[in-house]
Design a protein around this ligand. Structure first.
Ligand code: SF4
Length: 370
């Protein structure tokens, strides 16, 4: 059994970005204090207490806004789980939402990885995305984190945003590569229903599908040139700095999510907390709120998740784990290899960068052969 990953959702932000579909509410000091207390109780009552843990991820929302209060939550995890000495402990942060003193204390208290939502190297693109920071502040925040002792820093880059140019993507990658940042996530903008971007029909001024595809392939190439190896559709890292926590999601390993909107996969079952902060705060035992979400780890899920990774999937593993006859899948994989969409050596199957561009339809196509 692999060690568990623990995800703690911190649902507070200073303001709402117009593309964001994550569960987050306006920052409120009183609510935050109540939330921290309830989170600590939730950790004490958590299923799987005492199990080995090798990754802890504070996501959101904007967790860094809670400052040193995060340390009492982290301490509760240490008290109730068997946390490994090399545990990856990640903090999501937004540029310009933190001070050197806070970062130093969080690093001293055990946080060893920081993931910053930078999104773009262009101030006009950042403004359009509704971000509160400019690029100079983002660079300064990375330098602050480095001075505070963080040696594992990730930055997010958004692709396919309104009027984005490849020059701004290049500037982004070059800048953070020269600062020695270890990990970059490069996500294509997805217009989520119900967000201000969807209401504004922002897709009309975004790069079209072909332009986005070109930008993605250009990004993959630039990342490689700057020493960031792609290990997942949207993730690139210097060797040894792949996100241990996120790899658990794609490898179908166990994780426990705590907080409204957090999802879990434990003992073969998936479940999640409703997107409801007041329900979470008032529950005598938050675990009674969890909504079952079926069993996980079936063939469809394994294929969908593992093919997001450059390491792909081994057909021998599928045969063994699911008693699957893979002959049709092998034929299809060999055909798709000729189109340049997958790599297939008779056992290992993975998507190429071209394949990643149409990963959803490609995976459905492969699943039809199972
Ligand atoms: S800061 Fe992050 S979580 Fe908060 S609204 Fe913006 S994108 Fe969403």
């Amino acid at each position: 059994m692999y060690p568990l990953g623990i995800y703690l959702h911190i649902p507070f932000c200073l303001s709402k970005c117009p593309y964001c579909d994550f569960y987050s509410l306006p920052y409120d000091e009183e609510l935050v204090n109540q939330y921290v207390s309830q989170l600590i109780r939730a950790i004490a009552d958590a299923p799987a207490g005492g199990q080995p843990v090798d990754s802890i991820y504070f996501g959101g929302g904007t967790p860094v806004l809670l400052g040193e209060r995060l340390l009492s939550v982290l301490q509760a995890v240490y008290q109730h789980f068997d946390v490994s000495s090399d545990c990856e402990i990640t903090l999501e942060a937004n540029p310009a939402a933190m001070t050197f003193e806070t970062l130093r204390k969080l690093h001293q208290g055990g946080f060893n990885r920081i993931s910053m939502g930078v999104q773009s190297a262009s101030d006009s693109e950042l403004q359009r995305l509704g971000r509160r920071h400019n690029f100079a502040q983002a660079v300064e925040s990375v330098q602050l984190a480095q001075s505070a002792g963080f040696e594992n820093i990730s930055v997010d880059l958004m692709l396919g945003t309104p009027q984005q140019t490849s020059a701004s993507v290049d500037h982004f990658i070059q800048t953070f590569a020269s600062l020695g940042v270890q990990h970059i996530s490069g996500y294509l903008l997805k217009i989520e229903p119900g967000t201000p971007f969807a209401r504004q029909q922002i897709q009309n001024i975004c790069p079209d599908e072909d332009q986005s595809a070109d930008l993605y392939l250009h990004t993959v190439d630039q990342m490689l040139q700057h020493g960031y190896a792609q290990y997942e559709i949207s993730n690139f890292a210097k060797p040894g700095f792949e996100s241990r926590h996120n790899l658990k999601y794609w490898r179908c390993q166990q994780y426990l999510g705590i907080g409204p909107a957090a999802h879990s996969f434990l003992d073969g079952k998936r479940f999640f907390f409703p997107r409801d902060l007041s329900g979470f705060l008032s529950a005598p035992n938050v675990w009674s709120l969890c909504v079952p979400d079926g069993s996980g780890g079936d063939l469809e899920e394994v294929l969908m998740l593992r093919l997001r990774l450059c390491e792909g999937v081994r057909l021998s593993m599928l045969r063994q784990q699911f008693e699957l006859d893979t002959s049709a899948l092998e034929k299809r994989a060999a055909f798709l290899q000729k189109q340049g969409l997958v790599y297939f050596d008779g056992d290992l199957l993975c998507l190429t960068a071209q394949g990643f561009l149409i990963s959803n339809s490609l995976i459905v196509d492969l699943l039809e052969c199972c």
